[in-house]
Design a protein. Structure first.
Length: 272
C-alpha cells in the first residue's frame, strides 16, 4: 500500500488542516477508480505510451494563467493581516512556498471520458483518443505521489485560508495539528494553491497527481486499463495505435470506440 508523504517545512512535518483540503496522500486506494487523459494523436502522445512515461509539469507551465495565485505578495499580505506571524516566519514561509512551487510537478487527469469539451480541447476535436489509467495502480507505480481532486470556486484560494485561520482562532481547543502554527498555515497555502481552480474549469472534473519534483516518471503498462478512440479518429491512426500496443505487456487493454448517443447529446463507449 502507498503511504502518505508530507512536505517538510522548517525541519518539521507539515500537517493538513481539514479533510476537504487534503491533497497530500492517497485517496481511497480500496476503490478501483479510473482516471482519464485525453490526447491528440501526436508523437508525444505515442511516446507517452511506448516509453511508459508521464510528464509532471511545473505549475507555471499549465494552461490556467491563475495557477498558484496564492504566491502573489498582496495575497500573502492579506493572510498576514488576519493572523499575526513574525516577519522572520513570514519570510521562511514565503521561501518554503517559492521553493516548493518551483520544484513541484503536476500531472492532470479527468474523472470522466464522456466530456465533449475535453474531447474537443485536448483530443484534437474528437480525432484523438483517451487513455484510462487505474488510479490505484498508477500511484503505486510512481510512489511517492500525492493525489488531489481539484475543487472549483469563484474566490481566489487565499480567502479559504483566512476563513480557516479565523475558525481555529475561535476554536482554540481543536486538534493540535489543526492549530494556526506557521507549519499548518504553510501547508494550507500550498495545498490550496495546487488543489483549487476557478469555477469556469469545473467541466474538466480534474484529478491531479503531484510529485515533489517536476519531470518524467515511469509507469507499468498494467496501470493503463483502457484506450477509447474519438468519434473522428481516422482508421489509419486507430490501426497504428493498436499495432504499437500489440505486445504481451498490453494484452490486458480494453479498447473502446466513442459513439453518439442516439436519443440525446452525449457519448457512449462501445467495446471493440
Amino acid at each position: 500500500m502507498v503511504t502518505a508523504q508530507c512536505f517538510k517545512y522548517g525541519g518539521s512535518v507539515v500537517h493538513h488542516l481539514t479533510r476537504r483540503y487534503i491533497f497530500i496522500g492517497v485517496n481511497n486506494l480500496a476503490v478501483a477508480t479510473s482516471i482519464f487523459k485525453y490526447r491528440e494523436f501526436t508523437k508525444s502522445s505515442i511516446e507517452l505510451l511506448v516509453n511508459q512515461e508521464l510528464w509532471f509539469a511545473k505549475p507555471d507551465t499549465l494552461n490556467d494563467p491563475f495557477e498558484c495565485q496564492m504566491m502573489m505578495p498582496e495575497m500573502l499580505e492579506s493572510i498576514w493581516r488576519h493572523h499575526e506571524v513574525e516577519q522572520k516566519e513570514r519570510e521562511k514561509i514565503g521561501q518554503f512556498l517559492t521553493e516548493r512551487l518551483d520544484e513541484v510537478g503536476i500531472c492532470s487527469f479527468s474523472k470522466t471520458r464522456q466530456n465533449q469539451l475535453m474531447w474537443a480541447h485536448y483530443a484534437d476535436e474528437h480525432k484523438g483518443f483517451c487513455i484510462g489509467f487505474s488510479e490505484c495502480a498508477l500511484m503505486q507505480d510512481i510512489h511517492p505521489v500525492h493525489s488531489a481532486s481539484v475543487e472549483y470556486q469563484d474566490d481566489l484560494p487565499y480567502k479559504g485560508v483566512i476563513e480557516r485561520i479565523k475558525y481555529f482562532e475561535a476554536h482554540p481547543h481543536s486538534e493540535p495539528s489543526f492549530q494556526n502554527s506557521p507549519h499548518s498555515i504553510a501547508s494550507d497555502i500550498l495545498s490550496s494553491s495546487i488543489g483549487i481552480k476557478y469555477t469556469n474549469w469545473s467541466y474538466e472534473k480534474e484529478v491531479r497527481l503531484v510529485k515533489m519534483k517536476f519531470g518524467a516518471y515511469k509507469f507499468h503498462p498494467s496501470s493503463v486499463v483502457s484506450i477509447a478512440f474519438g468519434l473522428r479518429m481516422s482508421e489509419r491512426d486507430k490501426a497504428t495505435l493498436r499495432k504499437l500496443l500489440s505486445g504481451p505487456e498490453w494484452s490486458h487493454l480494453l479498447w473502446f470506440q466513442a459513439q453518439k448517443l442516439p436519443d440525446k447529446f452525449g457519448l457512449e463507449f462501445v467495446k471493440i
